[in-house]
Design a protein around this ligand. Structure first.
Ligand code: ATP
Ligand code: ZN
Length: 243
């Protein structure tokens, strides 16, 4: 669709948990994002770059196909996609320090869960059937996976499946539904991914520049600038308590 334009395309989530932080990362990297009316694309004023606002589930496909040269997406979505592919058609450039969550198996609080063997022959609802299937087969468990596209935590109450495998950050949603997390299937966070499709020399230069800028943002997140008024005699004790 955009293959012939000289512009670089970055796919980010249109609206959801990653959208604001993805935009902020790119702004911190020095990209001036135009506030247009078009809700699918926004131009970057100071670089030949367009942002594409899409559903997170589409980002691995767009980056693999090279429709977007870069994307910001959760490891959970990326790995679920990857398990359906023969060969990866993207590279993971960097974890981005946001969007942390975990894909967890959860059991009804009163189920008497005693390890993965308790799942044998049971029904488990999830939006991540491939990741769950890998987890179960690695442990020699055979269960029936019920794919749901949302509201997985309601599956037990709806009588769809007693167990669920869902994304958790605080665990409050599970708890509100009488479920407790029992196993971690995958730890996740937002990732910067890049297509393996070859880029024109001009686009490749721009891609390098973008990655350097994002690296710079990530590096400064790790250091803090502290100013304080203290007697020189206290310097040693102060630096001893600073990490
Ligand atoms: P879309 O409309 O783009 O498909 P979505 O409903 O699939 O949106 P969100 O709920 O916005 O997605 O979550 C996007 C990503 O945020 C998840 O795939 C995951 O990587 C990350 N995330 C971080 N914390 C959580 C959480 N507590 N629950 C769900 N996702 C989380
Ligand atoms: Zn989604």
């Amino acid at each position: 669709m955009f293959a012939d334009s000289g512009r670089l395309h970055i796919a980010i989530q249109k609206s959801g948990r990653l959208s604001q932080l993805s935009r902020e990362l790119l702004k911190d990297a020095g990209l001036r994002i135009q506030n247009g009316k078009n809700d699918l694309v926004a131009r970057v004023e100071n670089f030949p770059i367009d942002l594409m606002f899409v559903r997170d589930d589409d980002i691995p496909t767009f980056v693999s196909d090279g429709v977007c040269e870069f994307g910001v997406v959760g490891r959970n979505v990326l790995e679920e996609f990857a398990l359906g592919e023969a060969e990866p058609r993207y590279d993971v450039i960097a974890p981005l320090n946001f969007g942390r969550c975990a894909l967890k198996l959860a059991a009804p609080r009163d189920a008497g869960y005693a390890g993965p063997a308790s799942l044998d022959g049971k029904r488990i609802a999830t939006s991540y059937p491939r990741l769950l299937n890998r987890y179960l087969s690695d442990r020699g468990v055979s269960a029936e996976i019920v794919k749901m596209n949302g509201a997985v935590e309601l599956a037990p109450r709806l009588g769809i499946a007693p167990f669920v495998c869902d994304l958790v950050s605080t665990g409050a949603t599970l708890e509100a539904n009488g479920l407790e997390p029992v196993e971690t299937v995958l730890e996740s966070e937002a990732l910067l991914v890049r297509t393996r499709k070859p880029l024109s020399p001009a686009k490749a230069d721009l891609a390098e520049n973008l990655m350097r800028r994002i690296d710079g943002v990530l590096a400064t997140q790790e250091s803090k600038y502290i100013m304080l008024n203290a007697p020189e005699a206290a310097l040693q004790r102060i630096s001893a308590i600073l990490p």
